[in-house]
Design a binder for this molecule. Structure first.
Ligand code: 5AD
Ligand code: SF4
Length: 454
């Protein structure tokens, strides 16, 4: 890769004007982390980075394939830059990420968006410099969506978007094959990074002043299972907790089938780990869970919830829910509503089921209308809003430690997140951004709480 980086750099730096790159990422935090690596490569190849696509000499769309609306948004953006290409014929356009790994998407790009120059999939990021060099040398379509298997490349320099928050992938891929999900097809099997490498990276980040470390993986609880003699996820959490410095550790996502009481104990034991667990349940009906191939029952799921709540009665949970999985009945939907009333999640990321070609669920003949799914979603959101409204009131009168992330939309008001991953707003000076502060909560609002700095 280095050889191609240098060759591109020689071309880019020989130009009279600084060449600029714009990278737009869609989707999950892992994709954002990879977007930062793409920016790192572009910077190494001599490009300046810009937030304004109009100024760019190269535009990369780092895409997400998890739901159809994410793909539609990407196609909308790719369509919109056609006019840029007219005014600047030398503009290079590239697509990376999960969509790029799908064969039918590449075919569509070739046919309907012929001005796209570069496509590289999730496992071909190290091929990007070579593809770019080919395009600079006049090749028309430089596409590489080969599945390169189980290699983890540790050689990327990242250009991090934030100076406060750092995400650190601990593993890539997924072995679970939930029947609705495209991820195992576009990201391959689970590959864990070595714990030593992860711990060194976090130590360096903390040394450089980062205050929140987000450990990422499709299923962090199965961390290390693919490596011999590697530590488990709870052990990794404990090792990172032992790193000196004032910072908060978060992680995402946990598969309920692999979440253990030891994980919960570890969250309580480790002072730097946020007191919150994102535990995607997907739905409240056992028959749908089985059709989704989730490999747990609601009873088993609730055991983990109850275990955590036996240690802290209002322990904060968030979850992901899919509404309208093929042939979901009213009774299945009702079980999901009952579940969220029972668990009282602090936040839910809910999605209407989106058919992904290539997955098992896409083969099911779904008899439920879009109208019914829409109605269920509206009803679901109303129930969740009510739960959040009531449950956020429990914070009134408490003092929460908040990592200040920035200014809110209201002038003079700062925003941040508490250990429980609750959005906290308060009046304060912007010099507090990036610091931990204590806030005494006086009000609960829509999806946030408000308080006074103390
Ligand atoms: N349709 C709707 N939601 C989906 N998710 C994954 N695949 C789909 C799909 N086909 C949701 C799941 C997962 C989250 C990241 O995205 O809830 O936990
Ligand atoms: Fe998709 Fe299931 Fe893997 Fe999550 S655990 S990425 S939902 S297959």
């Amino acid at each position: 890769m280095q050889e191609y980086i240098q060759k591109v750099k020689d071309i880019i730096t020989s130009k009279d004007k600084q060449s600029m790159a714009y990278v737009q990422t869609f989707g999950c935090q892992l994709n954002f982390s990879e977007g930062e690596k793409i920016k790192g490569l572009l910077a190494q190849m001599g490009y300046g980075l810009t937030d304004i696509p109009d100024n760019a000499d190269i535009i990369i769309f780092n895409t997400c394939a998890v739901r159809e609306n994410a793909e539609d948004r990407v196609f909308g953006q790719i369509g919109a830059i056609k006019r840029f290409k007219r005014t600047n014929p030398n503009l290079i356009v590239g697509i990376s990420g999960c969509m790029a790994q799908e064969k039918h998407i590449c075919d569509k790009v070739k046919k309907s968006y012929p001005y796209v120059d570069i496509v590289f999939g999730t496992s071909a990021m190290d091929k990007f410099p070579k593809l770019l060099l080919n395009v600079l040398n006049g090749q028309k379509h430089a596409f590489d969506i080969t599945e390169y298997g189980d290699i983890i490349d540790e050689s990327f320099n990242q250009v991090r978007d934030s100076k406060i928050f750092a995400s650190v992938p601990i593993m890539y891929g997924c072995n679970n094959f939930c029947t609705y999900c495209i991820v195992p097809y576009v990201r391959g099997r689970e590959r864990s990074r070595k714990s030593k490498t992860i711990i060194n990276e976090v130590t360096q980040l903390v040394y450089n002043g980062y205050k929140e470390i987000m450990l990422l993986g499709q299923n962090v609880n199965s961390y290390g299972n693919d490596l011999e003699d590697e530590i488990s996820f709870p052990e990794l959490l404990r090792s990172i907790n032992a790193i000196e410095g004032d910072f908060i550790i978060r992680f995402m996502s946990s598969h309920p089938k692999d979440a253990t009481p030891e994980l919960i104990d570890t969250i309580f034991e480790c002072d730097k780990v946020g007191k919150h667990l994102h535990l995607p349940v997907q739905c409240g009906s056992n028959s749908i869970l089985q059709a989704m191939n989730r490999r747990y029952t609601i009873e088993k799921y609730l055991e983990i919830i109850d275990y955590a709540r036996s240690k802290c009665e209002d322990f904060s949970f968030t979850t992901d829910i899919i509404i309208g999985f093929p042939n979901e009945t009213d009774a299945d939907f009702q079980s999901t509503v009952d579940l969220i009333k029972r668990v009282k999640y602090d936040n839910i990321y809910s999605f209407i089921y989106s058919k992904r070609s290539g997955t098992k669920a896409s083969l099911i003949d779904d008899k439920v209308s879009d109208e019914t799914k829409g109605r269920r979603m509206r009803e679901f959101l109303a129930v969740q809003r009510d739960i959040t409204d009531k449950s956020y009131k429990r914070f009134i009168g408490r003092t929460m430690r908040v990592l200040v992330s920035g200014e809110s939309k209201t002038k003079g008001v700062l925003t941040g997140k508490s250990s429980e991953y609750i959005i906290v707003e308060f009046i304060g000076d912007s010099s507090l951004i990036g610091k931990f502060v204590n806030v005494k909560i006086t009000q609960s609002r829509n999806w946030s709480v408000f308080g006074e700095l103390i």
